[in-house]
Design a protein. Structure first.
Length: 897
């Protein structure tokens, strides 16, 4: 296709909106012509800014604004693109609202749980979010579910999902927003093929590769009375390539679009830079996020005092954004924070949900009840709550319900406030448990919430007004009028509240906090890019884990690496501003961070000045005495005398973690509905291996493979792996591993006289006049005919390195070696890890050497050290990167000084 429209390219450093404003005000300067101009921009912020620029160019004259919309507005504004058209042809189907979509998703989940009871993935607490995102993404890249044929039985569940969703949509006579957009483009195409289109169209290529946007721009490119503007074709500094692969490159989507319309990038008319930009790059490398927020605030104040007022802070890190805002308040600066803050995170909303939790759950939730009493909105006396907790919850009394608690305290005048609060909740209980639709549930819920909160407090909380407004928005929803289960009400309520955002209204315009999406097409006198660490910039979100690469390709989903390319484009655009302050924290939540790949590349390509913003006041304001590191010293009688491999490993990595688990006996609670499929695979595969090695080796690879697959299936019958999709995925791995194991066994068997599988062994050692028991569970011990012994450990996850064993950081083989030397009375012992991946590198063996004398000496030294009552179980700082024990890290008070 030959592009008829004007295609104009811009360097990153040029202001696209400024060009648009000048071009429009020059060419279309009367109301008749202006009404025939349509401008399509990537975001509402860009729309607002273009209008502002057009008004500023009018110089107090009457300004004739064209029609300025976003790409998402196209379906509702088809009439704008034609001077003559039949309105009936432009009517589009009704789009399903977010609430009804949530309702459908929850109904489908209920049906799947009934039809596929073994498909435990659908008990994941995030499953409704995964499915909703799947539907949105599917219809972004496919117009109809029937357009995709899934023949693989492993993906049967997705066929059911799409078919059921399609049926429910049809029954409502509605379509998804993505289907609506695709349909709108088809209508435009048909109209432009048959009728003369009169509007002049400007459109800016967004940072996107969404099909409906590309299809719209392809239609625009075929028109003579149109111009497509592409930003970011050149850069003012000679940056090296961000990544080698196409999807990760900053301009991959531009090249893809130009290919889509049949145009080579070299044929695009790229305007020269209006002036050579000498970029001023500075970087703040703070110790932590608190320090980062403080220094950024000081940098903003410093630049405002230097008469630099158009400042953009671009981040998706909500923590740093909040810290910057709080620090700026010290200087009487309130800024517009557009980083979305979920309404559900507000303290009063948590109270709103607490009331519902207590009123609807039959069994007593003690944590929720105490949280309710301690919440400031109850207005209860602190001493009353403390006495109640001591007398009724720290004693071994069992309460099964709120009624039982009320019966215990009702006659005690000391707990009058608590009694009244419980009665209010119990009064709410029967009213909300009766069958209602969502709107009725919400109305009743809000009424009792208001009854429990004083009028003075209620009137001072803007978010409560938001709840009242939300109630009015929910009223006209027709699909929600049938009665729903109380649990569905709760799930829907949390989803709705979670999707609502809350912002303060008063702010100053010269300083803005924006997301990278909102910052596109913006230019600043100073841009600040905080949180330049991996995971924050670029921010890569994962899709539903069950959608693997093969299925994603079948659904026409884009390459998973494309967010890197979009991130690179955004970063290129931001660093093209004249003044740029980059910042990052070296530690986040006491863990060392990794510098963003984009920042690393920029450091290679450009000169960046290291800065450290300080204020005379700050030395006093931020002076603090950090809490000492945890270092408990329990008596010798409380210190364990039995050690396993895992307990020794904890003692090495972080003695405080050992103390929490083995002395305090603190066991982390599993997340509700959370599963660890990889971990479960390792556990059940080990069981299957132990069983198969107890029997005679089959005569052929095929028999061995079938036998191993059968044993693995049997082991997983009651596990989370036992659903069709998940099980098939892991069975393929077992099937790939089995032939390698067979060949390995066939090679070693002639030299073996026997083997021990999944056996626990222990020895007693006299250490510091104390009998200490050391134990280990051996995956396998091979007993050779020549008297030698080999310890085998099968690894489906991470395999320790030889240097980790040498340094004492991986004590498994040294301890197992020590135990066998004592039990078997031999020195002829070797060790070997067998890695069972089942991927491209199917499996391999990895011999490990152990210095038995050194390991024995170091183990005794370690245990002796902690047999001293003066030795504390201190909290390590430098070893916090060990993620195996992260569930205990929140208990540790660390002083990083």
């Amino acid at each position: 296709m030959q592009a008829a429209a004007k295609i104009t390219g811009f360097p990153f450093s040029e202001d696209v909106l400024d060009y648009l404003a000048k071009d429009i005000s020059t060419k279309f300067n009367d109301i008749y012509i202006a009404n025939k101009v349509v401008v399509v921009l990537p975001s509402r912020r860009a729309v607002r800014n273009l209008k502002s620029k057009l008004l500023s160019l009018s110089h107090d004259k009457i300004c004739f604004l064209p029609q300025i919309i976003t790409f998402s507005d196209i379906p509702n504004n088809l009439i704008l693109f034609n001077s003559v058209c039949d309105n009936l042809d432009m009517r589009l189907p009704e789009v399903i609202d977010s609430f009804s979509l949530d309702m459908i998703v929850l109904e489908i989940i209920e049906e799947i749980k009934s039809l596929y009871p073994n498909f435990t993935t659908f008990r994941d607490k995030k499953i409704s979010t995964y499915i909703k995102k799947f539907f949105i993404k599917f219809f972004t890249y496919n117009q109809y579910s029937s357009s995709i044929k899934i023949d693989n039985p492993d993906y049967e569940i997705f066929t059911y999902l799409l078919n059921t969703f399609n049926e429910k949509l049809k029954s409502l006579g509605k379509v998804t927003e993505q289907q609506l957009r695709n349909e709108a483009i088809l209508r435009l195409k048909n109209t432009w093929n048959t009728k003369k289109a009169g509007s002049y169209i400007y459109s800016v290529l967004p940072t996107s590769n969404t099909p409906y946007i590309f299809d719209f721009l392809k239609l625009v490119a075929a028109r003579k009375n149109a111009e497509i503007i592409i930003g970011g074709l050149e850069h003012p500094i000679d940056l090296i390539e961000w990544e080698s692969t196409t999807e990760k490159h900053a301009n991959f989507f531009i090249k893809r679009f130009l290919n889509h319309i049949g145009l080579n990038v070299d044929k695009v008319n790229c305007l020269p830079m209006s002036q050579v930009v000498n970029n001023d790059y500075r970087i703040i490398e703070a110790k932590n996020e608190i320090e980062e927020g403080r220094q950024i605030a000081l940098a903003i104040v410093d630049h405002l005092n230097s008469d630099i007022h158009n400042i953009g802070i671009v981040t998706e890190n909500r923590i740093v954004a909040k810290l910057i805002k709080e620090n700026l308040k010290r200087y009487s600066l309130d800024i517009n924070d557009t980083v979305a803050r979920s309404l559900i995170e507000l303290n009063e909303i948590k109270f709103f949900l607490l009331i519902f939790e207590l009123a609807t759950v039959n069994s007593l939730n003690k944590v929720a009840l105490l949280s309710f009493f301690n919440h400031p909105l109850t207005g209860l006396n602190t001493k009353e709550v403390e006495d109640f907790e001591i007398n009724y919850f720290r004693t071994p009394k069992i309460y099964n319900s709120l009624f039982e608690v009320l019966n215990q305290i009702e006659s005690n005048e000391q707990y009058l406030g608590i009694t009244q609060a419980i009665k209010a909740v119990l009064e709410f209980k029967p009213k909300i448990l009766s069958g209602k639709n969502f709107y009725s549930f919400f109305s009743e819920h809000l009424r009792y919430f208001n009854a429990l909160v004083s009028e003075e407090i209620r009137n001072s909380l803007p978010s409560l007004d938001y709840l009242t407004d939300l109630k009015m928005e929910l009223k006209p929803l027709t699909y929600a009028r049938k009665p729903i289960k109380i649990r569905l009400y709760k799930e829907l309520l949390i989803k709705i509240l979670g999707e609502q955002s809350y912002r303060d209204e008063e702010f100053i315009e010269e300083v803005q906090i924006l997301t990278p999406l909102e910052a596109r097409l913006q230019s600043f006198d100073l841009v600040i890019i905080p949180s330049l660490n991996e995971g924050n910039f670029p921010n890569i979100t994962r899709d539903w884990p069950l959608i693997d690469a093969a299925l994603a390709a079948q659904f026409n989903f884009p390459n998973y690496q494309e967010p890197l390319g979009f991130g690179a484009h955004d970063f290129n655009s931001l660093i093209s501003n004249k003044r740029v302050i980059l910042s990052r924290s070296l530690y986040s939540q006491s863990k060392e961070t990794t510098e963003s790949r984009f920042l690393s590349q920029l450091k290679v390509a450009a000169s960046i000045e290291q800065v450290n913003y300080k204020s005379a006041k700050d030395s006093e304001i931020f002076k603090y005495n950090p809490s000492p590191r945890a270092n408990p010293k329990p008596p010798l009688s409380a210190r364990p005398k039995k050690f396993s491999v895992s307990s020794v490993e904890r003692l090495i990595y972080n003695p405080y973690v050992y103390y929490a688990k083995y002395i305090l006996n603190l066991t982390p609670l599993d997340e509700l509905g959370a599963t660890s499929i990889k971990k479960d695979f390792g556990i059940y595969f080990h069981k299957a291996l132990a069983e198969i090695f107890e029997q005679t080796l089959p005569l052929s690879r095929e028999e061995f493979t079938e036998d191993l697959l059968s044993k693995f299936k049997t082991c997983t019958e009651t596990s989370v792996l036992n659903d069709s999709n998940t099980l098939q995925f892991w069975l393929k791995r077992v099937e790939r591993i089995a032939p390698w194991l067979y060949d390995y066994e066939k090679e070693v068997l002639p030299n073996l006289k026997g083997s021990l599988n999944e056996k626990r062994k222990e020895v007693n050692l006299n250490i510091a006049n104390t009998i200490i028991s050391i134990s280990a569970i051996f995956d396998r011990v091979m007993l050779y005919k020549d008297g030698g012994i080999k310890i085998i450990d099968y690894k489906t996850g991470y395999t320790p390195l030889q240097k980790e064993v040498d340094k004492g950081l991986s004590p498994q083989f040294p301890i197992e070696n020590l135990i066998l030397r004592e039990v078997m009375n031999t020195d002829d012992i070797s060790q070997e890890y067998i890695e069972l991946r089942g991927k491209k590198d199917i499996a391999n063996s990895k011999p490990i050497t152990v210095d038995s004398k050194v390991s024995r000496t170091e183990l005794i030294k370690l245990i002796t050290m902690f047999l001293d009552s003066n030795q504390g179980y201190f909290a390590s700082i430098d070893l916090e990167k060990n993620q195996r024990f992260k569930e205990y890290q929140h208990l540790i008070s660390l002083n990083p000084e």
